[in-house]
Write a protein that binds this ligand. Structure first.
Ligand code: FNR
Length: 183
C-alpha cells in the first residue's frame, strides 16, 4: 500500500527547537506508514488582509503543502499558555481566502513538548479548539511531553523504551485514522 503523505508543522522557528527534535523522532517512528515532509513557516509574512489580493509566494507554498497531505501533524511549544504566534500565523494564512481553507477535511494530530511539567497541555488545548473549527478530524488523545535531556539521540531515536512505545502508539493511531479517511 502506498504511504500516506504526512505534512509536519513545527510551531517553533528556533534552530535548536525541542519540538523539532520531537517532530523528527515522530517522523522516524512513522516511516513505515508515512512519507513525511516538514512545512516551513518561518518565512511567512505576518498575516495582513491587505496582502490577500496579491498573496506572497511562501503563503501559496504553505497552502499547496497542506492540501497535498493525507494527514497533518502539528508539534508545538507553549508560549504563555498558548500557541506561538508563528504557528497561529501559519494557521491563519492556510485558512484563507474565505471558503478556500487548506485545512478543510484534513486529518490533524497535535502534540508538543516543553521542559515544563504540563507538557504543552494549555497550548494543545487552544490548538485543538482552533483546529476543530478548521479541520475535518482532530485526532483525540493526550500527548503532553515533558522534555528531558537525552530523550532523543542523534539519529532521532527515542531513547527511553516506555516513551518510545507511547509515541509509537500516537503515530500508529494517526496512521490508522488517516488511512481510513484517505481510502
Ligand atoms: C516559553 N516557555 C514556556 N513553557 C511552558 O511550558 N509554558 C509556557 O507557557 C511557556 N511560555 C513561554 C513563553 C515564551 C515567550 C518563551 C520564549 C518560552 C518555555 C518553552 O517551553 C521553551 O522555550 C521551549 O524550549 C520552546 O520550544 P522549542 O523552541 O524548543 O521547540
Amino acid at each position: 500500500m502506498a504511504k500516506l503523505k504526512l505534512a509536519i508543522v513545527v510551531g517553533s522557528n528556533r534552530r535548536e527547537s525541542l519540538n523539532l527534535k520531537l517532530a523528527k523522532a515522530l517522523a522516524k517512528l512513522g516511516e513505515g506508514a508515512f512519507e513525511p515532509s516538514f512545512v516551513q513557516i518561518d518565512d511567512l509574512p505576518m498575516f495582513n488582509q491587505d496582502l490577500e489580493p496579491n498573496r506572497p509566494e511562501p503563503t501559496l507554498r504553505l497552502k499547496r503543502e497542506i492540501e497535498a497531505a493525507d494527514a497533518i501533524l502539528i508539534v508545538t511549544p507553549e508560549y504563555n499558555r498558548a500557541i506561538p504566534a508563528v504557528l497561529k500565523n501559519a494557521i491563519d494564512w492556510a485558512s484563507r481566502p474565505y471558503g478556500k481553507s487548506s485545512w478543510a477535511g484534513k486529518t490533524v494530530a497535535v502534540t508538543g513538548t516543553t521542559a515544563g511539567a504540563t507538557g504543552t497541555a494549555a497550548a494543545q488545548q487552544e490548538l485543538r479548539m482552533i483546529m476543530t473549527n478548521l479541520a475535518g478530524v482532530v485526532v483525540g488523545g493526550q500527548v503532553f511531553i515533558t522534555y528531558k535531556d537525552g530523550m532523543f539521540d542523534a539519529e532521532h531515536n527515542v531513547t527511553d523504551e516506555t516513551t518510545r512505545g507511547f509515541l509509537q502508539g500516537f503515530v500508529d493511531n494517526l496512521a490508522r485514522i488517516a488511512g481510513k479517511l484517505a481510502a
